[in-house]
Ligand binder design. Structure first.
Ligand code: 5MM
Length: 335
């Protein structure tokens, strides 16, 4: 077994998932301001440190994706953040893209940037203790989108990023996110997501990326948030499995879904059904941002000194999602 493959299997071991805490400062500011907390470096650290030192980290969270600011911060107990995460039994990871910018040639779409100087930045993050990385390509659905140009150029960037990351002995998380914003049907989401993922693997193979040493982070197959014809959770799970079975090469060891704006319970329920019906050899787990942090953030914002209370809420979400990654979750366990 290669070193990278063994890291993947440890991160996703026994239903463990990934905490996506890699919000850029702009996104984190939105999240904090939505609960009336000022977005200072100190407050961003305080919330994140509260989560990273929660007991649920040890049992349920195999990896944490950090942002550049956070990986360099020192905790209130004078520890480095990656050391705290490792001590809790989890792997520190880092977001290495520099964000999605307007795609020249298709102004309503985005291309993710960050390849220039990436090899050097990766070496620095490796020294900080990162064992894995993340890069997110974003695609929106409309009649003419995602365009061939956006599908091709984002896949190319994801593949070039992955090859550089593996060269530096870290596991790349490959995140092509087809957004749920819009009126599109679940069927359209299925078709577009399949096209996007297939192109990503075409490019990953061309760039000689070791598929056993990556984690795919896709969206679930959902109807757009403005679509009138919603589908059931069972249909979401079945369509998601069909899409991944047809588009992902069997060498890939693990898939960790993003939550994409679903409510916490919805994301957990869908993940549980995906695992109940899983007829593939892929590990199917989670790499949630909002669906792991929303309730904890709300509670914390009422009293940022109530660390135990915040951690209790986070532990419960992490536990519920790990049970879902094992197909053992039920609604009754939520109470
Ligand atoms: C944690 O949120 C990340 C957002 O990063 P930016 O601030 O650079 O947009 C995002 O990439 C996240 O990792 C994934 O989208 C998954 O998060 P959700 O909330 O969809 O599970």
């Amino acid at each position: 077994m290669s070193e990278l493959n063994s890291i993947v299997l440890k991160i996703l071991n026994k239903g463990k998932g990934i905490l996506a805490a890699d919000e850029s400062t702009a996104t984190m500011t939105k999240r904090l301001e939505s609960v009336k907390i000022q977005s200072t470096a100190e407050n961003r650290l305080s919330f994140r440190e509260t989560l990273f030192s929660a007991s649920g980290m040890t049992e349920y969270i195999g990896g944490v994706i950090l942002y550049d600011e956070t990986i360099k911060q020192i905790t209130s107990k004078k520890n480095k953040i990656p050391e705290l995460i490792s001590e809790m039994g989890s792997f520190p990871g880092i977001k290495v893209d520099t964000g999605a910018k307007v795609l020249a040639g298709s102004p309503n779409e985005k291309i993710t940037e960050g390849l220039d100087g990436l090899r050097e930045r990766l070496k620095e993050y490796y020294k900080f203790g990162a064992k894995f990385t993340k890069w997110r390509g974003v695609y929106n659905i409309s009649k003419e989108h995602p365009s061939k140009l956006s599908i091709q150029s984002n896949a190319h960037a994801l593949a070039r990023y992955s090859a550089l990351v593996q060269e530096c002995n870290m596991v790349p998380i490959v995140e092509p996110e087809v957004l749920m914003d819009g009126e599109h049907s679940a069927k359209e989401c299925f078709v577009k997501t399949s096209e996007v993922i297939k192109k990503c693997f075409e490019e990953l193979i061309l760039h000689k990326v070791d598929l056993k040493g990556i984690i795919l982070k896709p969206n679930m197959i959902l109807a757009g948030n403005k679509c009138k014809d919603k589908i059931s959770n069972e249909e979401v799970a079945k369509l998601t499995l069909k899409c991944l079975k047809e588009s992902v090469p069997s060498e890939v060891p693990g898939i960790a879904f993003l939550s994409g704006g679903q409510s916490e319970i919805e994301a957990t329920e869908n993940l549980n059904l995906i695992n109940k019906f899983n007829n593939t050899n892929f590990i199917m787990s989670y790499s949630f941002g909002r669906a792991l942090q929303q309730s904890a953030l709300k509670f914390w914002s009422q009293d940022i000194k109530n660390i135990d209370g915040t951690q209790k809420i986070f532990n419960q979400r992490a536990k519920m999602n790990t049970l879902a990654a094992l197909g053992k979750w039920s609604k009754e366990l939520e109470n």
